[in-house]
Design a protein around this ligand. Structure first.
Ligand code: HEC
Ligand code: HEC
Length: 353
């Protein structure tokens, strides 16, 4: 009897110890990932890192219409915010085959057409650097204590582990959820009512605590929508054959369908949409109110309102000037101003030890 009791205590100590150790190692992995996320040496010409296109002052976007690579190539899409990306069931604007962060980060690291970070070209120089640098040697040894030789997959693993930690729910809206919106002005309350209304229907697609069905549903018909931004030459196409998930599914009805983005921190993430083609929230609302965007001059002539692939929820609505203000004031309550001050989020290379 005494023997089994002793054995039980020993087992308990071992499991608690292992669990504790596992947590420490995970924290070390996140810490390493934090440095790597902001490491310009991961790019082929040492000029950009993940943090160049996903910067905390823009809620982890970059402020460009569409992103620019280290070689100066223009990517087709606008950089999405990474805040609460750990909640997503699908990653990137229009790739239903990417369902995990580990899969996703291979694209910025290795994509060659166009070249993004071009880590494959920076790899051997980076390894030489890391092995001779005391900060990184130490960070790697702590994150991967049983494996002294640094490997590529460890770099990917650490960056994914870090990116999964970019969670923040400290907006005035989050406070409102706790205090029955006592902290909201009348205008903000009215904006919230409009957002949830059956006339505007914003909440139908921008649903759940991250304001996107992409964090709620696995069904691609829920997650990807054509909101009538284009109808090039009245052919029902989007520009440059950038027809959303149609590229992957080859199903005509999927033309122009892009992922519903989160609306958290939109006051910091302009310009908007998959191609950054909408500059302000006023313009966004005008497009929804009209039931699609019309272009009468330039190379994108056509009326998105009559695009046959447009979602049936985008029917247009009447809205007054003061209601537009209310709706925008509500969207502003989704801004989390703690992001820029969070030590876990900002560039660790800039913080003196
Ligand atoms: C040159 C700019 C650039 C760099 C560098 C970059 N990204 Fe991105 N990132 C983008 C763009 C643009 C997209 C959208 C891609 C698309 O859908 O076509 C994106 C998408 C993402 C997404 C998907 C988010 C969502 O809402 O679906 C994640 C996660 C991400 N990037 C993480 C990273 C990480 C981690 C790194 C570093 C290894 C990185 N990015 C480097 C521009 C960049
Ligand atoms: C049918 C689903 C649907 C409805 C309804 C809807 N949205 Fe969207 N929303 C989307 C999709 C999809 C996108 C991205 C479209 C693209 O880039 O092609 C988007 C983009 C946005 C963006 C840009 C965000 C960014 O970071 O680029 C804002 C802001 C926005 N919607 C607000 C609203 C508001 C306000 C309403 C209500 C008036 C609304 N949405 C109704 C699906 C919807």
């Amino acid at each position: 009897m005494k023997k089994t009791k002793t054995l039980f205590i020993i087992m308990l100590i071992i499991s608690v110890g292992a669990l504790y150790y596992k947590n420490i190692v995970f924290e070390n992995k996140v810490n390493l990932g934090h440095y790597l996320f902001y490491e310009n040496k991961l790019s082929l010409n040492n000029t950009k890192s993940c943090g160049s296109c996903h910067a905390p002052q823009f809620a982890f976007t970059d402020g460009y219409r569409t992103s620019v690579t280290p070689l100066g190539d223009i990517l087709p899409h606008n950089a999405p915010s990474l805040i609460n990306a750990s909640s997503l069931k699908y990653f990137d604007w229009a790739n239903p085959t990417i369902t995990t962060l580990t899969q996703q980060i291979k694209r910025p690291l290795y994509n060659a057409h166009p070249m993004e970070l071009g880590f494959q070209n920076a790899y051997s120089d980076f390894m030489k650097f890391v092995n001779s640098d005391s900060l990184y040697s130490n960070l790697f040894a702590k994150a991967f204590p049983f494996n002294r030789k640094i490997q590529k997959h460890q770099i990917e693993e650490a960056i994914s582990a870090y990116t999964m930690q970019l969670n923040s729910y400290n907006s005035r809206y989050d406070l409102g959820l706790k205090n029955n919106f006592l902290n909201f002005s009348n205008s903000e309350k009215n904006g919230m009512k409009l957002f949830n209304s059956s006339t505007l229907k914003c909440i139908t697609c921008h649903a759940g605590k991250n304001f996107t069905l992409a964090s709620v549903s696995m069904n691609t018909n829920d997650v990807y929508k054509n909101i009538g931004l284009y109808n090039i030459d009245y052919s029902n196409n989007y520009p440059g054959n950038d027809n959303g998930i149609y590229y992957h599914t080859k199903n005509e009805k999927d033309k122009g369908k892009f992922k519903i983005p989160s609306l958290r921190n939109t006051s910091k993430t302009a310009p908007y949409m998959h191609d950054g083609s909408v500059a302000t929230l006023e313009e966004v609302i005008a497009i929804y109110a009209r039931g699609g965007r019309i272009e009468t001059t330039g190379i994108h002539i056509g009326d998105g309102k009559t695009n046959i692939y447009k979602d049936s929820l985008i029917t247009g609505f009447q809205i007054t000037e003061s209601e537009i203000k209310d709706l925008i004031n509500f969207l502003y309550t989704l801004t989390d101003s703690s992001i820029e001050k969070n030590k876990l989020f900002i560039n660790p290379h800039l913080i003196l030890p």
